[in-house]
Design a protein around this ligand. Structure first.
Ligand code: TXA
Ligand code: MG
Length: 364
């Protein structure tokens, strides 16, 4: 197929996806972070279908995805008319953040406009919004001409999908689910979430590729951690995000992290494991060194020591390793540093929820 005819083909598929959304159906689509499971943000029945398909409790709010104007010059987008119908007010900080990072992997939480459906906010008074950067997501949103709610397209508590095939394997029983294939997601972990609804300062709710330091550098806006006050805050120098340790993004195979050089310590929790342990090692230091064990076979898997590259492959690696029948998967603890907060958060949750006994205490 020539590139012209494949562009036409894609355009026809997106038109069909738009029709599905208008008819109250679900459409999975790529974003630059992870794949989303989309529905019309103005259709309560369609929103309910998302919760059913994911097995997600109905009080967990969804993100509304909005289009950027066609052929935009990012410097000149006027986000006000795009976002205003969804929110009660738009602060100076909100405008600066949107101008600096949208379209892109940043979600902002606002006080909601009264027209925003309770079904999508989980009954809360706030609404989360983002304009994704992926061209297929943008074309879908532009043609749909409305907001699309989209959680990550995975079953509740499972690893988020970063390819169309991952989405298919999550929803194998939903044979008629339309999935737009946009290849592998570049960012690989979910968007950074900043809460602008809670009064005087923005608060980081979920770490991601865009860090508080980058936000401060580009906009001069200090982002606080939950519970942090202005008296404990020091300029743009943000401490590590502690994050909740609830299970999330979890593989079925047990997963743990090991401290540098302490692979054997990580095994002590699993006295019955005789063999088949996959150990991720940094590409900068691709050897287990002195570590060894008489009865355990370690298989090394190289992972990038750059935080951005690591994030982009994290869920892919977890999914692939989970398929390979290991008894245990070990990942190195990410180093200190804010650029690692997003992956540290996802890995901690994945460890906590991993293993065959995983039950429904996850949060997405
Ligand atoms: O990168 C992403 O954000 C992806 C792609 C598909 O856009 N979406 C995503 O959605 O990760 P989901 O539903 O898996 O995670 C949304 C997160 C949840 O942790 C939810 O609690 C939080 O956003 N959230 C949504 N609305 C909120 C609100 N009003 N206040 C606070 N948190 C909110
Ligand atoms: Mg999710």
């Amino acid at each position: 197929m020539s590139s012209d005819s494949s562009a036409l083909h894609l355009s026809a598929i997106i038109n069909e996806a738009v029709q599905n959304l208008r008819d109250g159906g679900l459409v999975a689509f790529p974003t630059e972070t992870v794949y989303g499971l989309g529905a019309d943000a103005k259709n309560p029945d369609a929103i309910k279908q998302i919760f059913t398909a994911k097995g997600r409790p109905s009080n967990h709010p969804l993100i509304v995805h909005l289009a950027a104007p066609d052929k935009f010059d990012q410097e000149q987008i006027d986000w006000v008319p795009i976002v205003a119908p969804w929110v009660r007010d738009l602060s100076e900080d909100a405008l600066k953040l949107m101008n600096a990072f949208w379209p892109g992997p940043l979600t902002l939480v606002f006080k909601k406009d009264k027209s925003v459906l309770n079904e999508l906010t989980g009954g809360q008074d706030t609404v989360a919004i983002r304009a994704p950067a992926h061209p297929i997501a943008q074309e879908l949103l532009r043609k749909f001409k409305g907001g699309v709610v989209a959680p990550s397209a995975n079953r509740f508590g499972k690893v988020s999908p970063t390819s169309a095939a991952d989405v298919r394997s999550e929803f194998e029983d939903m044979l008629d689910l339309m999935i737009l294939d946009g290849g592998d997601c570049e960012v690989g972990i979910e968007s950074t979430i900043i809460d602008l609804s809670s009064g005087d300062h923005p608060v980081l709710l979920r770490p991601g590729l865009i860090t508080p330091r980058e936000i401060f550098a580009k906009t001069g806006i200090p982002v606080y951690l939950p519970g942090e006050s202005s008296s404990t805050k020091q300029g743009g120098d943000i401490p590590r995000v502690s994050g909740s340790l609830r299970a999330h993004y979890a593989p079925t195979t047990p997963l743990r992290m090991y401290a540098p050089g302490r692979v054997l310590d990580a095994l002590s929790e699993f006295p019955d494991i005789k063999s088949r342990v996959a150990v991720a090692v940094w590409d900068s230091d691709s050897s287990l060194g002195e570590d060894g064990h008489p009865s355990v076979h370690f298989e090394e898997v190289i992972v990038p020591s750059d935080s951005v590259a690591f994030a982009s492959r994290l869920y892919r690696s977890l999914r692939d390793l989970d398929q390979q029948g290991w008894d245990l998967i070990l990942f190195p603890e990410p180093p200190a540093g804010e650029e690692w907060d997003g992956v540290r958060d996802r890995l901690q949750r994945a460890c906590f929820g991993s293993g065959p006994s995983f039950s429904s205490h996850a949060n997405n």
